[in-house]
Design a protein around this ligand. Structure first.
Ligand code: FES
Ligand SMILES: [Fe+2]
Length: 324
């Protein structure tokens, strides 16, 4: 008897989350003493900034009776205080440091604490399924704050897709013709650095309104920098960082800067063009499934390179099977 595989659904085929750094907020949107509930990696988390200015992220639910620390939790010095019975937890290790009505602090009174780093105007957490220490650092983005470049423009989008599928899009030159209505497939090449982790896409955008060379550097599935060069001194950079909310939704934070020389014609219009481009992708992303084993043809070389590259960000053999 032949056993027929059950039909694919969006939930049954989508992989877990790849390890790496992910943005959870922009720096200027978290004041000292501010506490926010956030959702990432299908988990409820709490984000806050201590009195000394350090951002901290923990699992949200208090180990005592389960109150959500992101709702009415309060920063007290370098700790966060639970709104329900006043237990306080250290920002750096999540250990309970004070119970207002008891001297003995239970051993297990501790919140899971996420490795947090603030850089390039954003607050990032390190995601690893086993909560181990970061295996690499965040890249420097020296053009941010450089006087030859404009001050950043920001845009944010909730995208109905898994973080890996959004990333895969950048290694998919063929969809530029069909989804983004370019007349032909841009000539593209994907390369990977000796570290095995940093991936580059080079694309000749000969048919864009302003033709140029596009160079996308992907540091991990949630973080990329796209540099477009139109000529000497005429450059624009889009930093693109992701916050996976769950397996089907990803919050994207984009930061655009351009060289001052071209600021008059590559500002708001360019940002609008990029946002319009994203809306072309939406209907595909919102309705597609994640194919564990896509049928590739010989012309899909860059996609095959992407799928081999992305495996390193998953740990379990089940996940590796799912994305292979
Ligand atoms: S639930 Fe947090 S202190 Fe009781
Ligand atoms: Fe696209």
């Amino acid at each position: 008897m032949t056993i027929v595989e059950s039909c694919e659904s969006q939930t049954s085929t989508t992989p877990n989350f790849p390890m790496g750094w992910y943005s959870v907020e922009r720096s200027h949107q978290l004041a000292i003493g501010e506490v926010k509930p956030i959702k990432s990696f299908d988990r409820e988390l709490v984000l806050y900034r201590t009195r000394s200015g350090k951002p901290a992220v923990h699992d949200a639910f208090c180990p005592h009776l389960g109150a959500h620390l992101g709702h009415e939790g309060r920063v007290i010095g370098e700790t966060i205080r639970c709104p329900f019975h006043g237990w306080q937890f250290n920002a750096d290790d999540g250990k309970c440091s004070h119970i207002p009505y008891c001297e003995d602090i239970p051993e297990r009174a501790q919140l899971r604490t996420w490795h947090t780093e603030e850089k390039n105007g954003e607050i990032y957490v390190w995601f690893h399924p086993e909560n181990t220490a970061p295996e690499w650092g965040l890249p420097d983005l020296p053009e941010l704050g450089d006087p030859n470049w404009t001050t950043p423009r920001y845009t944010e989008h909730l995208v109905p897709a898994h973080v890996q599928d959004i990333c895969e899009n950048s290694c998919d030159p063929v969809h530029f013709q069909y989804v983004h209505k370019q007349q032909s497939v841009p000539q593209s090449e994907v390369t990977i650095d000796a570290d095995g982790r940093t991936m580059h896409l080079h694309s000749e955008m000969t048919e864009a309104v302003y033709p140029g060379h596009l160079h996308a550097t992907t540091y991990s599935p949630g973080f990329a920098m796209v540099r477009t060069t139109y000529g000497p001194g005429a450059e624009m950079i889009m930093y693109n960082s992701a916050q996976p909310i769950d397996r089907h939704q990803t919050f994207m934070r984009w930061t655009l800067i351009v060289r001052k020389e071209i600021e008059d014609f590559a500002g708001d219009d360019v940002m609008k063009g990029i946002i319009d481009g994203l809306s072309d992708d939406y209907p595909i992303w919102a309705n597609k499934v994640h194919k564990r084993r896509p049928v590739f043809c010989k012309g899909d070389e860059t996609l095959v390179t992407f799928r081999k590259w992305v495996r390193q960000f998953y740990l379990t053999s089940q996940d590796k099977k799912e994305i292979a």
